[in-house]
Ligand binder design. Structure first.
Ligand code: SAH
Length: 205
């Protein structure tokens, strides 16, 4: 099967997995996932599987990326904070959909590699920072959208603080029966929290 046939098959799988957001699907159709995985795993780039990216970290399975992106309700004028750049794949998807992505990664080597991939794809609306994402990015706050791609014991308070009114945050959180994907909406009155699905992310360190 050619890479483009594999990609079409994957997009169909994402649709049957409940992803209806055509902007998210379009972004994933455009971004070459094979560029974000180490060479030995390139032939699996369009299978719906998580792949290792070194430093004991993983690039999430495409269905997880698609569902998280859909849950975030990203608009083209939004300023987005992403915690856990990893390979930069989710960053690229977000960058395709919004005005600017601010992304934070604690492992500098991963961040450098991710930035090189984004540059190769001529994605220029990403600003990257090496550091502890649990603190967010206070100088750039508030953010319209916040996506966290590593699981914390509870919703990180600093990130909630940096969410704009009408803002949405999607984050995995450790629960009693395992991790859950949580969506937090900030309203004029306060915060609304929804439990979306079970997930399995590496820990937020
Ligand atoms: N979204 C990534 C995969 C995420 S794996 C992708 O598309 O490839 C989770 C990432 O979160 C890892 O790279 C890990 O180093 C990073 N991470 C974990 N704790 C962090 C923290 N406190 N601050 C910033 N990044 C963190």
């Amino acid at each position: 099967m050619t890479p483009s046939a594999r990609k079409i098959r994957l997009i169909l799988e994402l649709r049957s997995g409940g992803v209806t957001d055509t902007r998210a699907l379009g972004a994933m159709e455009r971004i070459p996932r094979e560029l974000f995985v180490p060479a030995p795993f390139r032939d699996k780039a369009y299978d719906d599987v998580a792949l290792p990216i070194g430093h004991h970290q993983t690039l999430s399975a495409p269905l997880v990326v698609a569902r998280m992106t859909q849950a975030l309700e990203v608009g083209e004028r939004h300023k987005v904070l992403e915690i856990g750049t990893g390979s930069g794949y989710q960053t690229a998807v977000l960058a395709f959909l919004c005005r600017r992505v601010y992304t934070v990664e604690r492992i500098t080597e991963l961040l450098v590699e991710a930035e090189a991939r984004l540059a190769e794809l001529r994605i220029t609306n990403v600003t990257a920072l090496s550091g502890d994402g649990a603190l967010g990015w206070p100088h750039q706050a508030p953010f319209d959208r916040v996506m966290v791609t590593a699981a914390a014991p509870s919703v990180p308070a600093a990130l909630v603080d940096q969410l704009a009114v009408d803002g949405v945050m999607v984050t995995p959180v450790e629960g009693e029966g395992g991790q859950r994907l949580i969506r937090v909406r900030r309203t004029e009155q306060g915060f609304e929290t929804e439990d979306l699905a079970p997930v399995n992310f590496v820990p937020l360190v």
